[in-house]
Design a protein around this ligand. Structure first.
Ligand code: ASP
Length: 329
């Protein structure tokens, strides 16, 4: 068959439960993540070749990890492979198979450094590949459907037939197949019978040229080690001890996961202000699953512009690397 222009889909494997195996088919929690290669995974999606057409699928195993162990080296490699394929004009879009645990962080990292005009679709599974009814094959098919959609752009996540933006996606359930939410913002769309029903677009997303993405990624590649940014949480009886220890240990950035509207125990707040005065960059987010910190005149610690604590950490790391990440707002 003749290769049609701009119709290729690249699937990058990184591991996760979607590539997990258990000794017993009925065991949905006692499995090992990241065991099955991406080539074998896509063989379980029988209708993929009819959706894509012959010769239009490329696969690459970028990593093979349980995403609880995701780290900077894999993020760098993943960003580089995405940039490589996004620059190929025969490529329509990219699908990344990923564990659910840190999917939202990888999604926000990739959106921040790539801001791609083409779709980069992260997908996953809550049941291992050996489960009685694995959810991975349908999620892969749905992710490819989104990557092929003419209206798709930027980094999104697809799970259980729901499309989420990189900015809003958040794992909000440790067991259910529909484990993700977009919080107050709501999803971007739904995948139904090999078609996407968009309900909105990510109005805040910005898109970069491929050259600009390469510039951002090169800065990351050259930066070793990455800046150290930690998250501290507010809770009843919180103290500043952890912050003081981290400052002594050379932390460069701190995200405070505050209670409610980013509120902080007075002792924790005092320690964070001391850290700020010592040159540590400090940002205040909310530990609430929905909503955002609303800033108020007189705030002594900047808020995260609506980003969750883990995504605020990604943005703060990129800022410390001198990169202007995707606008949080
Ligand atoms: N621990 C697994 C991972 O994040 C969970 C999953 O993929 O659902 O890789």
């Amino acid at each position: 068959m003749v290769q049609l222009d701009n119709s290729k889909i690249v699937i990058l494997g990184t591991g996760g439960t979607i590539a997990g195996t258990a000794a017993q088919a009925g065991d949905n929690i006692g499995y090992r993540a990241a065991q099955v290669g991406v080539d074998q995974l896509i063989r379980s999606v029988a209708s993929l070749s009819s959706v894509l057409g012959e010769g239009n699928l490329v696969t690459e195993q970028v990593a093979q990890v349980d995403s609880k162990d995701m780290g900077f080296a894999i993020w760098r490699e993943l960003a580089l492979r995405c940039a490589h394929w996004l620059a190929d004009r025969t490529v329509k879009g990219i699908v990344i198979t990923h564990g659910t645990d840190t999917l939202e962080e990888t999604a926000w990292f990739l959106q921040s450094v790539l801001q791609p005009g083409k779709p980069v679709v992260l997908t996953c599974a809550m049941r291992p590949a050996t489960a009685l009814a694995p959810d991975g094959p349908q999620n892969i098919l749905d992710a490819v459907t989104v990557a092929l959609d003419p209206l798709a752009m930027g980094v999104v996540a697809v799970c259980a037939g729901v499309v989420h933006s990189a900015r809003d996606v958040q794992k909000d359930h440790p067991y259910r197949l529909d484990a993700f939410s977009s919080g107050d913002a709501g999803p971007l769309g739904f995948v139904e019978e090999n078609a996407v029903r968009w309900v909105k677009f990510d109005e805040k997303a910005t898109y970069l040229s491929v050259d600009s993405s390469f510039f951002a990624i090169e800065s990351i590649v050259d930066s070793m080690p990455w800046p150290r940014v930690e998250i501290v949480m507010n809770y009843a009886g919180a103290s500043g001890a952890m912050v003081d220890m981290l400052v002594r240990d050379g932390v460069q950035g701190l995200v405070a996961a505050g209670t409610g509207n980013g509120s902080l125990h007075q002792d924790l707040e005092a320690a964070l202000i001391r850290a700020q005065m010592a040159g540590v960059k400090v940002v205040r987010a909310s530990r609430c699953a929905k909503g955002r910190v609303l800033s108020h005149s007189g705030d002594r610690i900047a808020d995260s512009h609506g980003l969750s604590p883990v995504k605020a950490r990604v943005t703060l790391m990129l800022a410390l690397l001198g990169l202007q990440a995707a606008s949080p707002v």
